[in-house]
Design a protein around this ligand. Structure first.
Ligand SMILES: [Zn+2]
Ligand SMILES: [Zn+2]
Length: 334
């Protein structure tokens, strides 16, 4: 380790041989933070927790405002299901509870683990964008596949009944619901976010924690936006066709099946776990085309009818998954 317990008394010694003039503004703030807190373990833990809270709730606020404005309904994927302020508050309380009771006690392990694996933490300068970009993409790729596999496992047997069912409370999700889940699920799926950087660091010995923060911030945006319930013409998946986005994940909540990955559409496509989703989209498109001269109300009615069919099927599928959660039972629910 590059420091010992005496560093707590003199954090500035971490940077004893550094030339402060050569640092960017952000790097200087970084140094100031570590010197101010005086203990790298606490400085890293606290910063990680604050970044998570600020980005999670900061990114959710625009979606709360959008949900309160009828103007945006035309882009809502399930326009008849708007979360009430009470639902949003209940969800916020639950998310905060798990942040404070699970994440906060564990977060102090982050700095020692990162250092033990050779990750740079308090050090400056930061790596260049050229170094960071491919690393962040790799973490996206790893997490997406990890989630694709683990999420499908969570849809089976006891794992669904006792763990993942909580996240499926909302058949029409909203931004704040991204992390509304059983603590065990937060732990299992959170591993996909954090294991990528740890494994990468172990093998390459070339990773700065700032890159991990960039990745986590982008991953939070991805997760919250995927749960927002809105698909705009300018949403990322309309520009980058393999990006999942809300249009992909909202169907998972509505239909209780298909679309298990987080960021990208390719694994669901390759393994055929998007068949019902694609059939549904094709059905909506075909029926809309067949009703070319229909009024706006008729089209809305049609879409609601098709949605209700998928949802009814989803309710049946969920009941079946839950029934299978009883050990040794092969019960089928009508
Ligand atoms: Zn699920
Ligand atoms: Zn979800």
């Amino acid at each position: 380790m590059a420091y010992n317990s005496t560093v707590a008394d003199s954090a500035a010694s971490l940077y004893a041989s550094s030339d402060f003039q050569s640092f960017s503004w952000l790097e200087q703030q970084w140094v100031a933070w570590y010197v101010w807190i005086g203990n790298p373990v606490i400085a890293t833990g606290l910063m990680s927790f604050l970044i998570h809270e600020i980005v999670y709730f900061g990114r959710s606020i625009p979606w709360i405002i959008i949900d309160s404005m009828p103007y945006f309904r035309k882009w809502k994927l399930q326009p008849n299901k708007i979360p009430t302020p009470e639902e949003q508050w209940q969800c916020t309380k639950q998310v905060l509870f798990s942040h404070f009771t699970i994440e906060l006690p564990l977060i102090w392990l982050f700095h020692p683990t990162a250092e033990a694996l050779g990750m740079q933490t308090y050090q400056v300068p930061f790596p260049s964008l050229k170094t960071m970009a491919p690393q962040v993409f790799l973490f996206f790729f790893f997490e997406d596949f990890f989630h694709f596999v683990a999420h499908q496992a969570l849809h089976t047997g006891v794992l669904y009944k006792h763990i993942h069912k909580i996240h499926h409370k909302y058949s029409a999700p909203f931004g704040l619901a991204a992390e509304y889940a059983h603590p065990a699920e937060v732990f299992i799926l959170g591993a996909g976010t954090i294991l990528g950087p740890l494994i990468y660091c172990y093998f390459t010995q070339n990773l700065h924690i700032i890159t991990v923060y960039v990745w986590i911030v982008l991953r939070l945006f991805q997760a919250i936006d995927a749960h927002s319930g809105y698909d705009f013409p300018w949403s990322l998946h309309n520009i980058v066709p393999f990006w999942s986005g809300a249009e992909h994940h909202d169907f998972h909540h509505m239909a209780f099946t298909n679309n298990f990955s987080t960021s990208f559409r390719w694994w669901d496509r390759i393994f055929g776990t998007d068949d019902k989703y694609r059939a549904y989209r094709a059905r909506v498109k075909a029926q809309k085309a067949a009703m070319k001269n229909a009024s706006k109300e008729q089209l809305v009615q049609l879409e609601q009818k098709l949605m209700a069919e998928v949802e009814a099927e989803g309710i049946r599928a969920e009941a079946e998954a839950e029934a299978r959660g009883h050990f040794g039972s092969k019960a089928k629910v009508q």
